[in-house]
Design a protein around this ligand. Structure first.
Ligand code: AMP
Ligand code: MG
Length: 401
């Protein structure tokens, strides 16, 4: 029996490679992982520019008291450039974003001045106001996005502001997905007596895609050694990561471990956690293999704990484990010491703090508990029963579909 953390460490030690790079148009880059750190090759903004619509002046012309009259000598729209330099007593009409003319260092908002023809009457004001400075967003030569960052809309925007039309990212890891079990039926087809519909291929596909993987669906494999072996070998030939569910406990038809020792190798299969204890992790050829439990909640959890970090590492992500939050328990919870337990929870912000309660019955086959929940409650190994008001760790479940 090993701990969750040890299991994760062993998996991450196995995943030393990352997928190859690919060059993508910026429009396709969101959600992908940056291949190499990005440095700015120029300042953004590239010049000092006006933050408002108004009049650019030299601070030497700002009156200390009363007003001063200046002569308007030009008009600068956004994108316009003033060829000359401002001389004493002069002002220039300037639009937001237009580069500051030489000689000007301050901008009067248009609502603070009086204009008559080309005469401008200005009041006192602080020097240097309403100017956005060259490089205040990004300085030339600085790393602006580190390798291994996930490109959210704002990262994509920053890359665009540096003028890049395409960007080098990691290829998506390929996942081959299969379910095992004679009792498992394909949704959309008639179900025979004694059969249940396959929930796991749908949840696991979604989780894998949320991790940025491309999924190949290899369907449902009956509990027969030859069929399983053939499907696993087929899976390993086309994917970086093979994920199966079911067939990893100790029943007479739980063949995954046996077949895995024939076609590859098992790394471990007993983790001190609940739910999801029986688990087969290993390799088939060059592919990483995750034999997840059959129960739907357990298979989701085992995926999140073990397959997700592997997929993140393969894609070159810097962060591979989730951030945990803390919340106060709204109800007592049973907890067995010596193993890490995960309950489905509902996290709310109440009375000035984060609170959490369970979704109700916590059986590892109760997939609706995952639907009702918005977080996992993470109860660490050394911890015993939880009382109302105790602090517990929670992992919010993403709301991205
Ligand atoms: P197993 O480890 O194969 O004995 O499966 C454990 C439990 O999970 C059994 O009740 C199975 O029927 C159920 N199960 C296995 N695979 C799936 C699946 N793909 N979808 C829903 N339930 C499953
Ligand atoms: Mg089975």
């Amino acid at each position: 029996m090993i701990s969750v953390r040890d299991g994760q460490t062993r998996i991450l030690a196995q995943v030393s490679e990352r997928t190859a790079p690919e060059l993508l148009p910026l429009a396709d880059a969101r959600g992908r992982v940056l291949w190499e750190s990005l440095r700015a090759s120029f300042d953004v903004p590239p010049t000092d520019n006006s933050a408002v619509d108004g009049y650019a002046v030299s601070s030497a012309d700002i009156p200390a008291a009363g007003t001063r009259d200046l002569t308007i000598v030009g008009d600068l729209p956004a994108g316009g450039v003033f060829a000359g330099a401002l001389r004493p007593g002069q002002a220039i009409r300037i639009m937001t974003g237009a580069p500051m003319p030489a000689g000007a260092d301050t901008v009067y908002p248009q609502e603070n001045v009086e204009r008559t023809g080309d005469r401008l009457r200005v009041p006192p004001m602080a020097k240097g106001l309403n100017v956005r400075l060259r490089g205040e967003d990004v300085q030339s030569g600085r790393v602006v996005i580190e390798a291994g960052s996930v490109l959210r809309p704002q990262e994509v925007g920053l890359i665009a502001s540096l003028g890049h039309g395409q960007i080098l990212v990691s290829q998506r890891p390929r996942v081959a997905l299969l379910s095992t079990g004679d009792e498992v039926a394909e949704p959309g087809t008639p179900r025979k007596p004694g059969q249940i519909y396959d929930a796991n291929r749908s949840t696991l596909r979604g989780l894998a895609e949320q991790c940025g993987a491309v999924v190949t669906d290899l369907g449902i494999v009956p509990d027969r050694r030859e069929a399983l072996r053939a499907r696993l070998e087929q899976a390993a030939a086309i994917a970086h990561v093979v994920v199966s569910s079911g067939g990893v406990s100790v029943g007479a038809y739980d063949l995954v471990k046996e077949v895995l020792t024939e076609v590859g190798g098992i790394d471990f299969w007993q983790v001190a956690m609940q739910p999801g204890r029986p688990l087969a992790v290993g390799r088939i050829g060059a592919a990483h293999f995750f034999g997840l439990p059959g129960n739907p909640v357990a298979s989701m959890l085992a995926f999140l704990l073990f397959a997700r970090p592997a997929l993140y590492a393969l894609a070159g992500r810097r962060r591979v484990l989730p951030e945990l939050w803390s919340a106060r328990a709204l109800e007592p919870m049973r907890k067995k010491q010596g193993r890490r337990e995960f309950k489905r929870g509902i996290l709310t912000f109440e009375a000035g703090g984060w609170r959490v309660r369970t979704t109700g019955p916590q059986g590892s086959g109760i997939l609706s508990s995952m639907v009702a929940g918005n977080c996992l409650i993470v109860l660490e190994e050394e911890r015993g029963d939880v009382a109302v008001g105790d602090e517990v760790l929670v992992e919010p479940l993403g709301c991205d579909a």
